[in-house]
Design a protein around this ligand. Sequence first.
Ligand code: RP5
Length: 165
Amino acid sequence: MLGSPPVAIIMGSQSDWATMRNAAETLHALGVAYDARIVSAHRTPDRLVSFAKGAREAGFKVVIAGAGGAAHLPGMTAAMTSLPVFGVPVESKALSGQDSLLSIVQMPAGIPVGTLAIGRAGAVNAALLAAAVLALTDAGLAERLDAWRDRQTASVGERPDPSQA
Ligand code: RP5
């Protein structure tokens, strides 16, 4: 079935949304459509297989996958699709996301997951990378991405504001 938005944002749990919404908001700001879904490698394994094996045929171009703890979602997704997969380590309570990071980043040669930073920074940057991939064949998006960076640059003051913490 064709017609899905270009980016799928998947996450292992509702509790991951607080982090992954940063990816969604960044894509929205860039005018990139996405579909956000809960897909747990452990609690809904059949949903994972169905999503990952059908992702390309569904019309997705890039997958952003966030998970915490024993974070197998990005890697298992990458094992079942050759679409680009960007992994976002969600900050876990027990180990501050170091478990998530190591679970996602240490993929064996042959099945890549582009692994981002722990937490919000990783979610925002996963969205920016997804947009950069799509911008290779979308001149309008490339312009919006450049404009986004220009706004970011313009927002950085030259000196610290003593009134701000
Ligand atoms: C992982 O377990 C999820 O990605 C989440 O980060 C973590 C905790 O999930 P909940 O117990 O909050 O549902 O599968």
